[in-house]
Design a binder for this molecule. Structure first.
Ligand SMILES: *[C@@H]1O[C@H](CO)[C@@H](O)[C@H](O)[C@H]1NC(C)=O
Length: 232
């Protein structure tokens, strides 16, 4: 099959978002700490969470459930100021369950040097084929540290669409050359903040400077909408 068109992806997301009231969830309902628990602050009343990196630890969380396809959205406000080397993520993976043939769909924010911009990278892997990078990088049309913006992954049986503020920025169809490199097995959602000084910002030229820390990323308005997209 030819997969989904770009407009199709926009329409599906619109339909899923409007029917997604029931899929709105809070941090404490849907997620739990992965590491660096001392640096994770949950705001029960907002359903939101902050994860921080300081001199003691980085941190991250993951979903309690695994999902096979669906629409997964978070609002996210990135750390302010100089954040070179600081990587902030929102992604799905099953590397714990399938260590040598894992799947992954990623948003990775790659820090910001002085006077520069945060760069956003998308990527995906299937069946452990990590040798084949499918990264794409983008400049955002806003400052992602000034306010919350929505980042979403729509993962279907044979397509993936990445959204920023509900605008599709990348659409991947499972064309024959992708084959088993397309994510197919159930995954958890993850969000992390960590030191990627080796490669993140300008290829590692600018490193993390802890005198600007602690670096804090705040996530809210989670929409987890597992879905089977009808028979094919
Ligand atoms: C961050 O990572 C770089 C590169 O691996 C390392 O040299 C540096 O010590 C790390 N910084 C901290 C505070 O862990």
């Amino acid at each position: 099959m030819g997969g989904l068109t770009f407009i199709g992806a926009v329409m599906i997301a619109a339909a899923m978002i409007s029917s997604a009231e029931s899929s709105i969830t809070t941090f404490s309902k849907a997620f739990k700490p992965l590491y660096g628990e001392a640096n994770i602050v949950s705001y029960e009343d907002e359903g939101s969470v902050e994860i921080a990196m300081d001199e003691t630890t980085s941190s991250g969380f993951h979903s309690k459930q695994m999902y096979t396809q669906g629409y997964f959205e978070t609002s996210l406000k990135l750390p302010e100021s100089y954040t070179a080397g600081v990587i902030v993520t929102f992604y799905s993976s099953n590397n714990q369950k399938y260590p040598y043939r894992h799947d992954e769909i990623d948003f990775e924010f790659l820090g910001r040097a002085r006077g520069g911009k945060w760069s956003l990278q998308t990527n995906f892997y299937g069946a452990g084929h990590v040798e084949r990078g499918r990264e794409e990088r983008y400049d955002l049309w806003f400052d992602p540290s000034e306010d919350f913006h929505r980042y979403a992954i729509l993962w279907g049986p044979d397509w993936i669409t990445y959204y920023v503020d509900r605008v599709p920025i990348r659409h991947v169809n499972k064309v024959p050359s992708i084959r088993d490199e397309f994510p197919s097995k159930e995954m958890r959602l993850y969000a992390t903040i960590w030191n990627g000084s080796d490669w993140a910002t300008a290829g590692g030229k600018y490193k993390m400077d802890m005198s600007y820390g602690p670096f804090i990323a705040k996530y809210s308005d989670f929409k987890l909408h597992p879905k089977t997209f009808g028979s094919k």
